[in-house]
Design a protein around this ligand. Structure first.
Ligand SMILES: Cc1cc2nc3c(=O)[nH]c(=O)nc-3n(C[C@H](O)[C@H](O)[C@H](O)COP(=O)(O)OP(=O)(O)OC[C@H]3O[C@@H](n4cnc5c(N)ncnc54)[C@H](O)[C@@H]3O)c2cc1C
Ligand SMILES: *[C@@H]1O[C@H](CO)[C@@H](O)[C@H](O)[C@H]1NC(C)=O
Ligand SMILES: *[C@@H]1O[C@H](CO)[C@@H](O)[C@H](O)[C@H]1NC(C)=O
Ligand SMILES: *[C@@H]1O[C@H](CO)[C@@H](O)[C@H](O)[C@H]1NC(C)=O
Length: 515
């Protein structure tokens, strides 16, 4: 009797100790937190040679800034790099609504101490990273706290980042070339990239030699895979995985007078949020979303998105907007103040429309290529490797996360040249950091009949995750700890494991989904 009590007692103690350890592991900062702290510090002795960055949008700018801390010279090539103040013509989503997750801003401030000032100069401001998320008629709780993010339209964000890059002291070691990267030549033993071929905007061809590292930042063009193949590197046939969510996106930007803006019935608590209001319907009702954002002074943006093939039913002119909003399905109608706000905007604002049909979502799984089949000095950052469903606003933060992984790997080197497996090591590390983004968004999208799954997967794939997701959102309607875990993971400030900490997990599992 006594001995079995003791046995039970020690089992309970062990279980409790296990739970405490489990809790601590799940709640500990993500692996990139410590790496983030080192971001922006110049390396004592620079690595010899030239790092070539192909593409100068957000991923390219972040990457060039990071590489200037590590290499003697950096060259950034982009056809529009010399036109800082002109609208970019090669970025399809340039006028689409953008929200920015915390990790981008937290990382941006590490790289550029005057980050906030430059965002302001470009017309933006700091604001709360909370979003007024109404999930199918149920308001989701906010996180206990989140660092601030930036509120700004994409063109302003783009301009600010490019100016930050060009004005930072490290820019003395960065050369900007207006041109297009055409490919690269391997070293004789196929162990590295030796030279990069460029066609300058003026038509002249240049070959850059002395290449220490080459980074593909070409966005959805994902040129790296073509360059590698034409240089003779053997890559698996199905390296690029893709699915098609058939997403359509309409951003309506309203320019409003200060008088009109003051009359809009937006609750004060919502005014300075990253997303003033967003109503997402549960997949049961289809794939539909409406969002309202106040990115800049006297500008409000309304976003509609749906999924389907052929002609979209999304509003195309102002008179379409209100009927569309009033037909919105869901478990409860859209907040009346939103409808009133949109009514006023339609009557008195000056509207411009931006329609975007999304290309497929895709992931080049470079981490599956054996080290010997990759040149030691090639990596890819941003949409050049992973292009996600944009509804979750992860693009900029994801580029920052890739950049942090690259920075950390470079800092861990104890040699002056990159080891043979540098490229493979980078892709493996990066894959660990970003796998959750690809899986969570893709498997969520499979809930929509209009989505075409990836080869080898079906609409059934990810059922368990979607079941868990419904319970998670339901728990986040009522419980602040769950909501906080969910939002910090969403903002890339915590690893997915934060959702599996015992104190969070049991609440999620005990909640029955209200959808
Ligand atoms: C509709 C929509 C809405 C989105 N909303 C959000 C959001 O709310 N929040 C968010 O964070 N993200 C959002 N995203 C995603 C975000 O816009 C992208 O993740 C981001 O632009 C990726 O940056 P990038 O630098 O990798 O590529 P891009 O911005 O596409 O830039 C690629 C650059 O490479 C250059 N280039 C291409 N080929 C070459 C070459 N051969 N040589 C030299 N240069 C070359 C191009 O000129 C361009 O400048 C959205 C995307 C879409 C489609
Ligand atoms: C969410 O929608 C429901 C139903 O319209 C409404 O009662 C609730 O106030 C809304 N919450 C927010 C934060 O908009
Ligand atoms: C530029 O490069 C040189 C040579 O590597 C280095 O000594 C110097 O610190 C760099 N300048 C900046 C601002 O990083
Ligand atoms: C350098 O790093 C490698 C791998 O990280 C390690 O195996 C090696 O022992 C290190 N060498 C020195 C001299 O620290």
């Amino acid at each position: 009797m006594a001995s079995s009590t003791i046995a039970l007692g020690s089992a309970l103690v062990l279980l409790a100790a296990g739970l405490v350890g489990w809790q601590r592991t799940c709640k500990s900062p993500p692996p990139w937190q410590a790496e983030l702290n080192a971001l922006g510090q110049p390396r004592a002795k620079k690595l010899p040679g030239t790092a070539v960055v192909c593409g100068g949008s957000v991923a390219g700018s972040v990457t060039a800034r990071i590489l200037a801390d590590h290499f003697e010279r950096v060259i950034l090539v982009d056809p529009e790099v010399d036109k800082v103040d002109q609208p970019k013509t090669r970025i399809m989503q340039y006028n689409a609504m953008h929200g920015f997750l915390c990790l981008f801003v937290v990382g941006g401030k590490k790289l550029w101490p005057n980050f906030d000032a430059e965002i302001q100069a470009a017309g933006g401001r700091s604001g709360s990273a909370q979003s007024g998320l109404n999930y199918s008629g149920f308001p989701v709780l906010s996180a206990r706290s989140l660092p601030d993010t930036m509120l700004i339209r994409r063109p302003g964000a783009q301009r600010a980042v490019q100016k930050l890059l060009m004005q930072h002291p490290t820019a003395t070691n960065i050369t900007f070339i207006s041109g297009t990267v055409r490919g690269f030549d391997p070293s004789g033993d196929m162990s590295s990239v030796q030279s990069v071929l460029i066609r300058k905007t003026d038509g002249t061809q240049v070959s850059l030699n002395d290449v220490a590292l080459v980074v593909d930042c070409t966005g959805p063009t994902q040129s790296g895979i073509k360059w590698l193949r034409s240089a003779g590197f053997t890559l698996p046939e199905n390296l690029r995985r893709s699915y098609n969510c058939n997403l359509r996106y309409t951003t309506i930007s309203f320019t409003v007078t200060p008088e009109l803006e003051a009359r809009l019935p937006i609750p004060t608590s919502s005014q300075d949020k990253m997303i003033t209001y967003v109503y997402v319907v549960h997949p049961k009702f289809g794939c539909l979303l409406v969002g309202l954002l106040k990115p800049e002074k006297n500008i409000l943006q309304l976003l509609f998105s749906d999924s389907g093939e052929g002609e979209s039913g999304l509003p195309r002119v102002v008179p379409d907007i209100l009927p569309f909003l009033q037909r919105f399905p869901g478990h409860a109608p859209i907040a009346p103040w939103l409808v009133e706000t949109v009514t006023l905007l339609c009557e008195q604002g000056d509207a411009s429309f931006c329609h975007t049909n999304m290309p497929t979502q895709s992931y080049i799984e470079y981490h599956r290529v054996p080290a010997r089949n990759l040149p030691s000095n090639f990596v890819a950052i941003g949409d050049a490797t992973l292009q996600l469903n944009p509804l979750h606003g992860q693009g900029f933060a994801k580029a920052m996360l890739n950049g942090i992984a690259l920075d950390a790997l470079l800092r861990s080197l104890n040699t002056t040249s990159l080891p043979r497996d540098f490229s493979a090591k980078f892709f493996k590390k990066n894959a660990v950091y970003t796998k959750g983004l690809w899986d969570a968004t893709r498997l969520q999208d499979y809930a929509y009949p209009t989505c075409r799954p990836m080869e080898g997967e079906t609409h059934e794939t990810g059922r368990f995750m979607r079941w868990f997701g419904d319970k998670l959102v339901t728990a986040a309607l009522r419980d602040e700890e769950v909501a906080t875990a969910m939002w910090t993971v969403r903002h890339l400030l915590a690893a997915d494991s934060a959702l599996f900490a015992p104190t969070v997990l049991w609440k999620v599992l005990w909640t029955s989904s209200c959808f």
